[in-house]
Design a protein around this ligand. Structure first.
Ligand code: SF4
Length: 141
């Protein structure tokens, strides 16, 4: 999901992957994924669970094993943690260091540097420019 701020360590000390610089990060003026997909994840990530970190107050129960970010439960809705206007500079995640694994694992680019097709689809639907291949991949080609 939206990759919007500098990396910070999670409360449990687990590493957080580095965010690209602002000039290379299309997420800094997008946020469409956080306003479209159902963001569900294992309930053990909730801060009410041992070692958990996602604020439970911002989530809904899906079933005995999964929770979802409020606003995203049915898909097509905006995550309650999203701040700013989708598609505009300044969009951000208010719980970035505490976001779920589902958010952490969603990337604008595939492993080979090609644009994530889900990003492309959402960006085009909102009138945003399509993503280019990941900058370092294009330079290396
Ligand atoms: S928690 Fe943050 S990154 Fe995850 S969907 Fe919500 S706004 Fe996006």
């Amino acid at each position: 999901m939206t990759d919007v701020t500098s990396p910070i360590a999670r409360p449990d000390g687990a590493p957080v992957s580095s965010a690209p610089s602002a000039e290379d990060n299309p997420c800094l003026s997008c946020g469409a994924c956080c306003a479209q997909f159902r963001v569900s994840f294992y309930f053990g990530e909730l801060d009410t669970q041992p070692g958990g970190w996602v604020p439970v107050a911002l989530t809904s129960k899906v079933n005995d094993f999964r929770a979802a970010m409020k606003g995203t439960e049915s898909g097509g809705g905006r995550c309650t943690a999203l701040r700013g206007e989708v598609g505009k500079p300044g969009i951000s995640c208010s719980i970035y260091p505490l976001r779920s694994s589902t958010c952490r694992e969603f990337s604008a680019w595939e492993e080979d540097g090609s644009p994530n097709p889900d990003c492309q689809r959402l960006r085009v639907a909102r009138g945003l420019l399509p993503l280019e291949p990941k900058p370092q991949t294009a330079a290396a080609a």
